[in-house]
Design a binder for this molecule. Structure first.
Ligand code: ADP
Length: 375
């Protein structure tokens, strides 16, 4: 079987690591011939995943295609789907998710709980929504890694909004942010992973570390699971979906957004769950039985991020010390160049003690630094 991946970042790389356990010929399409996934696939094709002809040609002759990023040419995938290539997830699901307006409308029309919102086409329409504040403005298309999101608490901050079609949604008083990964196979059978809980740095508003399974009251867990399953069934597509949700101060569960692919909130499943999210996606694409999502042990993840002030060839300070730590698993993504904020790797920590997960996550954060000698 021949399977292609659009995008060659770390998610593609980890997907390929899992592919090595199966009999499958792998293809990667990506613009950068030195990307993290380039050296782990059977066939690397250099090209633009946003370009119709490039994606269409790449997909011809493949049995199946998947994505590791949503910013792909959906029209080419639609044509390939019509011609019999299996796409995970279906192009229709990618199309809805790619646009935050379409995504919100999808939740609303499927009665999936999400924060109230209005659509604004431009800044002057945003100006007219003063009564709707405090709110969060999210650009419809083109935002990535927090760049298309602006918190607008007061009238004075309205100018920070986007002068482009966007969603203005009510600010939620968040108690917890969780992510739940759901897998659905071609028969419509589903498997669900225990939720991961994001712990944010209150100063930088950056993900500090993540713990899984999230500690939640049973009722809240059931609600979150029911919503995530309903959402994936509403998309009606085989594949892997990461559903990000807020739990508010009333313990209501609200959908924030969905990623129709393997997700950074599921890195820990490589070591900490019987079947990882990556293994699971191969099982789906190769038509094997779904895997076991149970945790082997609770875990936390720390991202290894390029330190402020360093750009150039990456060097890892404190790596030996972290590699000596028990039950800690280092993943470096093979990116040659570091720059401030760039995701260079992650470390998964496993322990039966939640306190130890937090303690070690903090220790690793302060021990391991990505620097560079050329400034
Ligand atoms: P991105 O796609 O860039 O990750 P998100 O929609 O996930 O953007 O928003 C980024 C962060 O902003 C969230 O993780 C959350 O902390 C905050 N946020 C987003 N929407 C809301 C909201 N409605 N209320 C409060 N905080 C929000």
């Amino acid at each position: 079987m021949k399977v292609g991946i659009l995008g060659g970042g770390q998610l593609g790389r980890m997907l390929l690591q899992a592919a090595a356990n199966y009999v499958v010929e792998t293809f990667v399409l990506e613009n950068d011939a030195d990307c993290p996934a380039a050296h782990l696939c059977h066939h690397f094709v250099k090209g633009d995943i946003k370009d119709f002809d490039t994606v269409y040609q790449f997909g011809q002759g493949l049995d199946a295609l998947t994505i590791e990023i949503e910013a792909v040419n959906v029209a080419a995938l639609e044509k390939l789907e019509q011609e019999g290539v299996k796409i995970y997830p279906k192009p229709a699901a990618i199309k809805t998710i790619k646009n935050k307006i379409a995504q919100k409308e999808f939740y609303k029309s499927n009665a999936l709980p999400t924060s109230d919102y209005v659509i604004t086409e431009n800044l002057s329409e945003l100006q007219a929504q003063k009564h709707f504040l405090p709110a969060v403005h999210k650009i419809g298309e083109g935002g990535y890694d927090g760049k298309g999101v602006q918190l607008i608490k007061t009238e004075k901050e309205i100018e920070k909004g986007f002068n482009a079609p966007s969603v203005l949604e009510k600010m939620v008083t968040i108690k917890k942010e969780i992510a739940l990964i759901v897998a659905m196979n071609n028969k419509g059978e589903t498997a669900i992973y225990p939720p991961a809980e994001m712990v944010f740095d209150p100063l930088l508003n950056l993900l500090d570390y993540q713990v899984s399974p999230a500690k939640l009251p049973q009722q809240v867990l059931w609600k979150a699971e029911a919503i995530a399953l309903k959402l994936v069934k509403a998309f009606g597509s085989a594949g892997l979906f990461a559903v990000e949700m807020f739990i508010d101060i009333n313990d209501d569960v609200l959908v924030n957004e969905t990623a129709p692919r393997v997700h950074n909130s599921g890195h820990h499943t490589i070591e900490a769950n019987y079947s990882s999210q990556y293994d699971m996606l191969w099982r789906i694409m190769l038509n094997y039985p779904l895997g076991n999502t149970d945790p082997i042990m609770p875990s936390s993840i720390v991202n290894i991020i390029g330190s402020e002030g360093y750009s150039g060839v990456a060097r890892y300070e404190g790596l030996d010390e972290v590699l000596k730590m028990d039950n800690s698993f280092v993943h470096l993504y093979g990116k040659v160049q570091t720059k401030p904020g760039r995701k260079m790797g992650h470390v998964t920590i496993m322990s039966d003690e939640y306190q130890e997960l937090t303690y070690k996550a903090n220790k690793i954060k302060h021990t391991l630094k990505v620097v560079s000698d050329n400034l």
